[in-house]
Design a protein around this ligand. Sequence first.
Ligand SMILES: Nc1ncnc2c1ncn2[C@@H]1O[C@H](COP(=O)(O)OP(=O)(O)OP(=O)(O)O)[C@@H](O)[C@H]1O
Ligand SMILES: [Mg+2]
Length: 400
Amino acid sequence: MSSVAHSDNDNDIKSALPSGKALVLYVERIMLKNFRSYGAAAVDVGANSVVLTGPNGAGKTNLLEAISFLSPGRGLRRAKLSEVTMLNSDAPWAVSGRLMTPDGERQLGSGLLPRSELSSATSPDRRVGRLDGETISSPAAFGDILQVAWLTPQMDRLFIEGPSGRRRLLDRLVAAYHPSHTREVNAYEKVMRERARLLVDGNADMVWISTLESRMAEHGVAVAAARLDALEKLSQAMMESQSAFPRASLALDGNLEDGLVSRPAVDVESEFCAELAECRRLDAKSGRTSIGPHKTDLKVRHVDKDMPAELCSTGEQKALLIGITLASARLSASQFGAPPILLLDEVAAHLDENRRGSLFDELGEIGSQVWLTGTDDSLFEEMKNRAVFFRVKDGKIEAE
Ligand SMILES: Nc1ncnc2c1ncn2[C@@H]1O[C@H](COP(=O)(O)OP(=O)(O)OP(=O)(O)O)[C@@H](O)[C@H]1O
Ligand SMILES: [Mg+2]
């Protein structure tokens, strides 16, 4: 199955952007192979924002997920990577994108290795990256080239579920400001897993465990410090913004973050190291790590209602999330010289007409390339001269 679609009205659209801003970070072309419902597909959108409409199950979210794989991590569904490969296909999935960035044109690709290229040491569930034609061992470097942010219907439960989803959102927000943050989080978690495994095994060399704990403390404090810094700036940006979306106050509940507010980083680092040593027996029993920045929670409040986000209505929670995403996009634009690419899955459907109009206006003012989805064309009336429209149906993506 193959589908190639393109739009030829790029210039009209660019001049119609309300702010008159040129987008300097955008996916010009995206190609998919054996990616979920797509055997092969390619879409050319130029510098435009994109509206994807089509019935349930058409493949709209799949396309957004493919774009999310042009950033580090597990994509917007956090799927098991082997499940992304189209059922019954003989080769693993691959995505590639031609991008325009503030540093010029870049070619990014990602996917799983074919079975024949897997060595016994490589996990079949690890994705590799390609950057300007060269294979790279991991897509972590993509974070230095582009920022991608997303909102999905799954995130509607973010404030009422456990802290892990909020922590992931937090770390994505931080990475939009400190690009090395994702590497630091990964490094912390890798050492944490090694310490936990050795403690459970039972006959670990305690000198080695101490070394691992020192590294955990070093990476952990860097993670917590970046979170505090980015959140302070994000909160400030939100308080100053003239957005139609509610202002959120953001706070952190975590032992290292709490410590860093009042004590020097070196002290927090050595205290954390000592606490880890005290927890060894407990952690050996549970197979977990009792304390650390992997337990931090993001506390969100609706400022004008003076209410915790978890007590707000579903629509208010969605509006808070949109407000946070827009503020983060504004902040990241000031840091990188270009606003992030935004993937907004079924966001328009949840908003009343006024809010929807405000969202489209604010997106135009920020200047991000936005990929919007919905089942119904009529929701996007106001995007008609601000985006290119594609109809997704039966595994095909066709320009309208
Ligand atoms: N690995 C896979 N192989 C083949 N098809 C898959 C795979 N994973 C998911 N699909 C299918 O892809 C189709 C499109 O899914 P997608 O989530 O993109 O739809 P959608 O257009 O976003 O629909 P909705 O409006 O309901 O959100 C679904 O029918 C799903 O079953
Ligand atoms: Mg969908």
